[in-house]
Design a protein around this ligand. Structure first.
Ligand code: AMP
Ligand code: MN
Ligand code: MN
Ligand code: MN
Length: 296
Protein backbone atom coordinates (compact mmCIF):
# COMPACT_ATOMS: atom_id res chain seq x y z
CA UNK A 1 0.00 0.00 0.00
CA UNK A 2 2.83 2.38 0.87
CA UNK A 3 5.22 1.34 -1.88
CA UNK A 4 6.17 4.99 -2.36
CA UNK A 5 7.33 5.13 1.25
CA UNK A 6 10.78 3.93 2.28
CA UNK A 7 11.13 0.98 4.68
CA UNK A 8 8.72 1.84 7.53
CA UNK A 9 11.44 1.07 10.07
CA UNK A 10 13.62 3.76 8.53
CA UNK A 11 11.10 6.60 8.32
CA UNK A 12 11.94 9.46 10.65
CA UNK A 13 8.72 9.64 12.64
CA UNK A 14 8.51 11.09 16.16
CA UNK A 15 5.31 10.30 18.04
CA UNK A 16 5.90 12.05 21.37
CA UNK A 17 6.55 15.79 21.76
CA UNK A 18 5.37 18.67 23.96
CA UNK A 19 4.61 22.36 23.36
CA UNK A 20 3.83 25.34 25.58
CA UNK A 21 0.21 24.15 25.72
CA UNK A 22 1.52 21.77 28.43
CA UNK A 23 5.06 21.63 29.83
CA UNK A 24 7.13 22.18 26.66
CA UNK A 25 8.81 25.53 25.99
CA UNK A 26 8.20 25.89 22.23
CA UNK A 27 5.05 27.17 20.57
CA UNK A 28 3.24 24.78 18.22
CA UNK A 29 4.72 26.68 15.27
CA UNK A 30 8.27 26.52 16.61
CA UNK A 31 7.91 22.80 17.33
CA UNK A 32 6.78 22.02 13.78
CA UNK A 33 9.59 24.13 12.30
CA UNK A 34 12.13 22.32 14.46
CA UNK A 35 10.74 18.92 13.38
CA UNK A 36 11.04 19.97 9.73
CA UNK A 37 14.60 21.20 10.27
CA UNK A 38 15.44 17.82 11.84
CA UNK A 39 14.09 16.05 8.71
CA UNK A 40 11.18 14.41 10.51
CA UNK A 41 8.48 13.37 8.04
CA UNK A 42 5.64 12.96 10.57
CA UNK A 43 5.46 14.33 14.08
CA UNK A 44 2.83 13.84 16.78
CA UNK A 45 2.23 16.57 19.33
CA UNK A 46 1.28 14.80 22.56
CA UNK A 47 0.75 17.46 25.21
CA UNK A 48 -0.26 16.39 28.71
CA UNK A 49 -4.06 16.31 29.04
CA UNK A 50 -4.70 18.95 26.34
CA UNK A 51 -5.00 19.16 22.56
CA UNK A 52 -4.77 22.96 22.41
CA UNK A 53 -1.73 23.08 20.10
CA UNK A 54 -3.06 20.82 17.36
CA UNK A 55 -4.96 23.28 15.18
CA UNK A 56 -2.13 25.77 14.88
CA UNK A 57 0.40 22.97 14.47
CA UNK A 58 -1.59 21.49 11.58
CA UNK A 59 -1.57 24.78 9.68
CA UNK A 60 2.18 25.12 10.12
CA UNK A 61 2.80 21.46 9.23
CA UNK A 62 0.91 21.96 5.97
CA UNK A 63 2.89 25.12 5.26
CA UNK A 64 6.30 23.46 5.79
CA UNK A 65 5.26 20.13 4.20
CA UNK A 66 5.48 17.62 7.05
CA UNK A 67 2.73 15.40 8.47
CA UNK A 68 1.09 16.20 11.80
CA UNK A 69 -0.35 13.26 13.71
CA UNK A 70 -2.85 14.34 16.34
CA UNK A 71 -1.92 13.27 19.85
CA UNK A 72 -2.36 13.63 23.59
CA UNK A 73 -0.58 12.16 26.64
CA UNK A 74 -3.15 11.26 29.28
CA UNK A 75 -2.23 11.08 32.98
CA UNK A 76 -3.47 7.82 34.53
CA UNK A 77 -3.19 6.29 38.00
CA UNK A 78 -2.38 2.56 37.96
CA UNK A 79 -1.12 0.57 40.98
CA UNK A 80 -0.69 3.88 42.85
CA UNK A 81 1.71 5.09 40.14
CA UNK A 82 1.27 7.75 37.49
CA UNK A 83 1.29 6.07 34.09
CA UNK A 84 1.10 8.00 30.82
CA UNK A 85 -1.10 6.77 27.98
CA UNK A 86 -0.67 8.39 24.59
CA UNK A 87 -3.53 8.67 22.13
CA UNK A 88 -2.47 8.95 18.47
CA UNK A 89 -4.63 9.84 15.49
CA UNK A 90 -7.46 10.99 17.73
CA UNK A 91 -10.31 13.19 16.55
CA UNK A 92 -9.55 16.35 18.51
CA UNK A 93 -13.20 17.45 18.32
CA UNK A 94 -14.52 14.29 20.00
CA UNK A 95 -16.73 15.40 22.87
CA UNK A 96 -16.11 12.50 25.26
CA UNK A 97 -12.33 12.84 24.91
CA UNK A 98 -12.52 16.61 25.43
CA UNK A 99 -14.72 16.20 28.52
CA UNK A 100 -12.38 13.57 29.94
CA UNK A 101 -9.32 15.78 29.45
CA UNK A 102 -11.21 18.72 30.98
CA UNK A 103 -11.87 16.70 34.14
CA UNK A 104 -8.17 15.79 34.47
CA UNK A 105 -7.10 19.40 33.98
CA UNK A 106 -9.38 20.53 36.82
CA UNK A 107 -7.57 18.10 39.13
CA UNK A 108 -4.29 19.75 38.13
CA UNK A 109 -5.30 23.14 39.53
CA UNK A 110 -6.26 21.64 42.87
CA UNK A 111 -3.03 19.66 42.99
CA UNK A 112 -0.95 22.78 42.20
CA UNK A 113 -2.45 24.57 45.24
CA UNK A 114 -1.66 21.57 47.44
CA UNK A 115 1.94 21.49 46.16
CA UNK A 116 2.22 25.20 46.99
CA UNK A 117 0.88 24.65 50.52
CA UNK A 118 3.07 21.62 51.12
CA UNK A 119 6.19 23.50 50.07
CA UNK A 120 5.17 26.45 52.26
CA UNK A 121 5.10 24.12 55.28
CA UNK A 122 8.73 23.40 54.43
CA UNK A 123 9.66 27.07 54.23
CA UNK A 124 9.32 27.58 50.46
CA UNK A 125 6.68 30.25 49.95
CA UNK A 126 4.69 31.43 46.91
CA UNK A 127 5.89 28.59 44.68
CA UNK A 128 2.59 28.46 42.77
CA UNK A 129 2.86 32.15 41.89
CA UNK A 130 6.43 31.41 40.76
CA UNK A 131 5.43 28.37 38.72
CA UNK A 132 2.68 30.39 37.04
CA UNK A 133 5.35 32.71 35.59
CA UNK A 134 6.34 29.73 33.39
CA UNK A 135 2.82 28.56 32.51
CA UNK A 136 1.32 29.67 29.22
CA UNK A 137 -1.87 27.58 29.42
CA UNK A 138 -3.48 28.44 32.78
CA UNK A 139 -5.45 25.19 32.70
CA UNK A 140 -2.26 23.16 32.60
CA UNK A 141 0.02 23.66 35.58
CA UNK A 142 2.64 20.92 35.66
CA UNK A 143 5.36 19.99 38.13
CA UNK A 144 7.78 20.99 35.36
CA UNK A 145 6.66 24.61 35.78
CA UNK A 146 7.47 24.46 39.51
CA UNK A 147 10.85 22.98 38.55
CA UNK A 148 11.62 25.84 36.14
CA UNK A 149 10.86 28.37 38.85
CA UNK A 150 13.13 26.54 41.31
CA UNK A 151 15.99 26.72 38.81
CA UNK A 152 15.42 30.43 38.22
CA UNK A 153 15.55 30.90 42.01
CA UNK A 154 18.80 28.87 42.03
CA UNK A 155 17.38 26.28 44.47
CA UNK A 156 18.73 23.62 42.06
CA UNK A 157 20.73 23.42 38.81
CA UNK A 158 18.71 20.99 36.71
CA UNK A 159 15.12 19.85 36.34
CA UNK A 160 15.86 16.23 37.31
CA UNK A 161 17.55 17.58 40.46
CA UNK A 162 14.40 19.56 41.40
CA UNK A 163 12.28 16.44 40.92
CA UNK A 164 14.64 14.37 43.01
CA UNK A 165 14.79 16.86 45.89
CA UNK A 166 11.29 18.30 45.93
CA UNK A 167 8.68 16.85 43.62
CA UNK A 168 8.78 13.05 43.82
CA UNK A 169 7.25 10.61 46.32
CA UNK A 170 8.36 11.29 49.88
CA UNK A 171 9.74 14.79 49.14
CA UNK A 172 8.38 18.12 50.50
CA UNK A 173 6.44 19.16 47.38
CA UNK A 174 5.00 15.77 46.45
CA UNK A 175 1.25 15.48 46.53
CA UNK A 176 -0.34 12.17 45.64
CA UNK A 177 -3.09 12.54 43.10
CA UNK A 178 -5.71 10.41 41.38
CA UNK A 179 -5.66 10.92 37.63
CA UNK A 180 -7.88 9.05 35.13
CA UNK A 181 -8.19 5.26 35.29
CA UNK A 182 -6.49 3.14 32.64
CA UNK A 183 -9.92 2.08 31.43
CA UNK A 184 -11.15 5.69 31.05
CA UNK A 185 -8.06 6.83 29.13
CA UNK A 186 -8.21 3.94 26.65
CA UNK A 187 -11.95 4.38 26.25
CA UNK A 188 -11.63 8.11 25.47
CA UNK A 189 -8.85 7.42 22.94
CA UNK A 190 -10.70 4.58 21.22
CA UNK A 191 -13.97 6.54 21.16
CA UNK A 192 -12.10 9.37 19.44
CA UNK A 193 -10.86 6.92 16.77
CA UNK A 194 -7.29 6.87 18.06
CA UNK A 195 -4.59 4.33 18.88
CA UNK A 196 -3.65 3.96 22.58
CA UNK A 197 0.07 3.64 23.37
CA UNK A 198 1.83 3.15 26.73
CA UNK A 199 4.40 5.96 27.05
CA UNK A 200 7.93 5.17 28.30
CA UNK A 201 6.96 1.82 29.92
CA UNK A 202 10.45 1.40 31.38
CA UNK A 203 10.05 4.45 33.59
CA UNK A 204 7.42 3.18 35.99
CA UNK A 205 8.34 1.74 39.36
CA UNK A 206 6.35 -1.43 38.94
CA UNK A 207 7.45 -4.89 40.00
CA UNK A 208 7.31 -7.73 37.45
CA UNK A 209 3.77 -8.73 38.41
CA UNK A 210 2.47 -5.14 38.25
CA UNK A 211 4.19 -4.56 34.92
CA UNK A 212 2.60 -7.70 33.53
CA UNK A 213 -0.76 -6.47 34.88
CA UNK A 214 -0.30 -3.10 33.18
CA UNK A 215 0.53 -4.65 29.81
CA UNK A 216 -2.21 -7.27 29.92
CA UNK A 217 -4.96 -4.97 31.27
CA UNK A 218 -3.96 -2.36 28.69
CA UNK A 219 -4.32 -4.98 25.96
CA UNK A 220 -7.66 -6.31 27.29
CA UNK A 221 -9.03 -2.76 27.43
CA UNK A 222 -8.15 -2.12 23.78
CA UNK A 223 -4.64 -0.66 23.94
CA UNK A 224 -2.58 -1.25 20.79
CA UNK A 225 1.06 -0.24 21.18
CA UNK A 226 3.92 0.54 23.56
CA UNK A 227 6.81 2.95 23.22
CA UNK A 228 9.92 0.90 22.55
CA UNK A 229 12.22 3.70 21.40
CA UNK A 230 11.85 6.66 23.76
CA UNK A 231 14.12 9.30 25.24
CA UNK A 232 13.44 7.69 28.63
CA UNK A 233 14.77 4.22 27.79
CA UNK A 234 18.32 2.93 28.01
CA UNK A 235 19.75 0.91 25.11
CA UNK A 236 19.12 -2.27 27.11
CA UNK A 237 15.47 -1.22 27.53
CA UNK A 238 15.07 -0.78 23.76
CA UNK A 239 15.72 -4.52 23.44
CA UNK A 240 13.72 -5.45 26.55
CA UNK A 241 10.59 -3.58 25.41
CA UNK A 242 10.99 -4.68 21.78
CA UNK A 243 10.73 -8.27 23.01
CA UNK A 244 7.76 -7.43 25.25
CA UNK A 245 5.99 -5.74 22.32
CA UNK A 246 6.44 -8.92 20.27
CA UNK A 247 5.25 -11.23 23.05
CA UNK A 248 2.13 -9.13 23.74
CA UNK A 249 1.55 -8.53 20.02
CA UNK A 250 1.75 -4.76 20.49
CA UNK A 251 2.91 -2.43 17.74
CA UNK A 252 6.01 -0.39 18.62
CA UNK A 253 6.16 3.38 18.91
CA UNK A 254 9.07 5.80 18.74
CA UNK A 255 9.08 9.20 20.42
CA UNK A 256 11.63 11.62 21.79
CA UNK A 257 9.39 13.12 24.54
CA UNK A 258 10.98 16.41 23.52
CA UNK A 259 10.09 19.32 25.85
CA UNK A 260 12.67 22.03 25.26
CA UNK A 261 15.87 22.80 23.33
CA UNK A 262 17.54 23.80 26.61
CA UNK A 263 16.32 20.91 28.74
CA UNK A 264 15.81 17.85 26.53
CA UNK A 265 18.62 15.37 26.07
CA UNK A 266 17.12 14.09 22.81
CA UNK A 267 15.98 16.37 20.02
CA UNK A 268 12.91 15.79 17.85
CA UNK A 269 13.41 12.75 15.61
CA UNK A 270 16.95 12.07 16.86
CA UNK A 271 16.37 8.51 18.01
CA UNK A 272 17.35 5.02 16.84
CA UNK A 273 15.04 3.15 14.47
CA UNK A 274 12.46 0.70 15.77
CA UNK A 275 14.09 -2.77 16.08
CA UNK A 276 13.28 -4.98 13.11
CA UNK A 277 11.57 -7.64 15.28
CA UNK A 278 8.75 -5.14 16.01
CA UNK A 279 6.09 -3.67 13.79
CA UNK A 280 6.08 0.16 13.84
CA UNK A 281 2.72 1.53 14.99
CA UNK A 282 2.46 3.58 11.76
CA UNK A 283 2.77 0.47 9.60
CA UNK A 284 0.34 -1.66 11.67
CA UNK A 285 -2.15 1.27 11.75
CA UNK A 286 -1.49 3.08 8.46
CA UNK A 287 -4.49 5.34 9.01
CA UNK A 288 -2.15 7.36 11.25
CA UNK A 289 -0.23 8.46 8.16
CA UNK A 290 -3.16 8.25 5.77
CA UNK A 291 -5.25 10.81 7.67
CA UNK A 292 -2.32 13.17 7.72
CA UNK A 293 -0.70 12.52 4.37
CA UNK A 294 1.63 15.29 3.24
CA UNK A 295 0.11 17.27 0.35
CA UNK A 296 -3.19 15.45 0.89
P1 AMP B 1 2.97 16.36 36.07
O1 AMP B 1 2.18 15.85 34.90
O2 AMP B 1 2.63 17.77 36.42
O3 AMP B 1 2.95 15.44 37.25
O4 AMP B 1 4.47 16.44 35.60
C1 AMP B 1 5.06 15.36 34.98
C2 AMP B 1 6.15 15.85 34.05
O5 AMP B 1 7.29 16.20 34.79
C3 AMP B 1 6.61 14.79 33.09
O6 AMP B 1 5.84 14.80 31.93
C4 AMP B 1 8.02 15.21 32.79
O7 AMP B 1 8.02 16.20 31.80
C5 AMP B 1 8.46 15.84 34.10
N1 AMP B 1 9.21 14.91 34.95
C6 AMP B 1 8.71 13.93 35.73
N2 AMP B 1 9.69 13.32 36.42
C7 AMP B 1 10.83 13.91 36.06
C8 AMP B 1 12.20 13.74 36.42
N3 AMP B 1 12.58 12.83 37.30
N4 AMP B 1 13.11 14.55 35.84
C9 AMP B 1 12.73 15.50 34.96
N5 AMP B 1 11.45 15.72 34.58
C10 AMP B 1 10.52 14.94 35.13
MN1 MN C 1 6.18 16.50 30.57
MN1 MN D 1 5.25 11.09 30.06
MN1 MN E 1 5.69 13.24 27.46
Amino acid sequence: MYSHYPDPHRMNIDLHTHTMASDGTLTAIELIQRAAKNKVSYVAITDHDTMDSLKLARQEAMRVGIGLITGVEISVTFCEQTVHIIGLGIDEDNIELNQGLFSIRQGRNMRAKKINDDLALHGIHDSLAGALLYVSNPALVSRTHFARYFIAKKYCHTIPEVFQKYLTKGKPGYVSHNWATLSQAIHWINTAGGIAVIAHPGRYRLNATERWALLSEFKDLGGKAIEVITGSHTIAQYTEYAKLAVSFDFAASRGSDFHSPQESRIDIGQLPEIPSICEPVWSKYPQLLDKNRINA
